[in-house]
Design a protein around this ligand. Structure first.
Ligand code: ZN
Length: 337
């Protein structure tokens, strides 16, 4: 499932006709806007990028509010680009801040404070206008409860054609998010992010003095650099608990909305239901390592990764492809294809 060619075959077998319908829909110039709602680290980017990769890389795009804000930070440091951004906001920003405070709100922003919703709306509008004629997945908006109402009428507010908008609600157990953070390892050179327990590189090594296993980067340019964990990652979800609670509240509110089509994605499936719905290779494996003292080599053991979901049921976590299969199926239904 990690090999792109094999993945293509898998998708063809599972949702071949649906993919064809979606491609035809997009080729005719139709689009959609899908708002991704899921907890932080729930895989929103992974699912929408894989959808694009499988369906139509040219006509489907994804952007996250986090990346958008980071991009804006870069623009503010560049004189020419800052002028461009200012003139866009001067024409498009509507809200309670005097115009000169709009720019300083962006410049003085620290990562903990949320930007005023009206400002986020202007910036999202700008991102959408950069991607004309593309179907879009938006990650990170709506963020607060007040933004839900805006998103419901956003399409109308910005005159974004007449194409459908959809809410995508992603359910991921917190135990999964926790382990994703705890075992995350990043290459200091190329920034590739992997996971010691769930997504190793092809080379695993053992440090005999520290008595710990570590990953080496696969990227030939990095010449076997050691992947490192970021400070604080060992705490898992502890530092973001408040944020996760807010995200959960947002998803719950969105669940009870009428009038807007919804797609439901779940990352985990209770062990008891697995045989009926899931093939073994669709389950996320976990990797366990043993050090062979004599041979001086690492032995890798792979087995299905079991977690306890938020209701306390022992569950398996699904790999991204089966979740994207479900996304493709539901998308064709929602679009009545
Ligand atoms: Zn690297």
């Amino acid at each position: 499932m990690t090999d792109p060619k094999e993945r293509e075959i898998y998708f063809e077998l599972k949702v071949g006709p649906e993919i064809k319908k979606l491609r035809e829909y997009l080729e005719k110039g139709n689009t959609f806007i899908a708002y991704l709602l899921g907890k932080k680290n729930s895989g929103k980017g992974t699912y929408s990028k894989m959808f694009a990769e499988i369906v139509d890389l040219e006509r489907v795009d994804h952007f996250s509010i986090g990346d958008m804000i980071r991009e804006v930070d870069g623009e503010l440091r560049d004189k020419e680009r800052k002028k461009e951004l200012s003139s866009f906001l001067e024409r498009n920003y509507r809200g309670w801040l005097p115009f000169k405070e709009v720019i300083s709100a962006l410049e003085k922003r620290d990562t903990g404070t949320l930007l005023p919703t009206e400002l986020v709306l202007s910036l999202v509008k700008r991102e959408i206008s950069k991607r004309k004629k593309k179907a879009l997945f938006i990650d990170g908006f709506p963020r607060g409860l007040d933004q839900i109402s805006y998103s419901l009428f956003f399409r109308d507010l910005i005159g974004y054609r007449d194409d459908p908008d959809i809410f995508i609600l992603i359910d991921v157990p917190e135990a999964v998010i926790d382990e994703r953070i705890k075992w995350r390892r990043v290459c200091p050179l190329c920034q590739t992010s992997r996971n010691l327990k769930l997504l190793p590189t092809s080379k695993v090594n053992y440090d005999e003095t520290k008595k710990e296993f570590y990953l080496l980067c696969d990227n030939p340019d990095c010449k076997g650099a050691k992947l490192l964990s970021k400070e604080g990652d060992e705490l898992g979800i502890k530092p973001i608990r408040e944020r996760l609670k807010q995200d959960e509240e947002l998803i719950e509110r969105a669940l009870s909305l009428y009038g807007i089509p919804k797609i439901f994605l779940r990352n985990s499936i209770p062990v008891k239901e697995v045989e009926r719905f899931i093939d073994d290779y669709e389950i996320t494996p976990e990797y366990i390592y043993e050090w062979d003292e004599k041979a001086k080599s690492v032995k890798i053991i792979e087995k299905p990764w079991q977690v306890v979901d938020d209701e306390g049921k022992p569950s398996y976590s699904l790999l991204p492809p089966p979740v994207v299969v479900s996304l493709i199926k539901q998308m064709t239904e929602v679009l009545s294809l």
